[in-house]
Design a protein around this ligand. Structure first.
Ligand SMILES: [Zn+2]
Length: 56
């Protein structure tokens, strides 16, 4: 049977770059999707800026 979580992960695409994704199963029914954005991705730059702002 095809894994429905993997099907969702395979279809996740960043609107701003050609991202890559890795799906890791931590436990039964517990999955983590890691999205690897391009270094020049505007979405990634916004995320980094927001995280830096939250720390100060
Ligand atoms: Zn991206």
């Amino acid at each position: 049977m095809r894994n429905p979580v993997a099907a969702i992960a395979n279809h996740y695409t960043c609107p701003d770059c050609l991202n890559d994704g890795h799906l890791t199963q931590l436990d039964t029914g517990v999955w983590v999707l890691t999205v690897l954005h391009d270094p020049t991705c505007p979405f990634l730059a916004q995320r980094k800026q927001a995280q830096n702002g939250a720390r100060s």
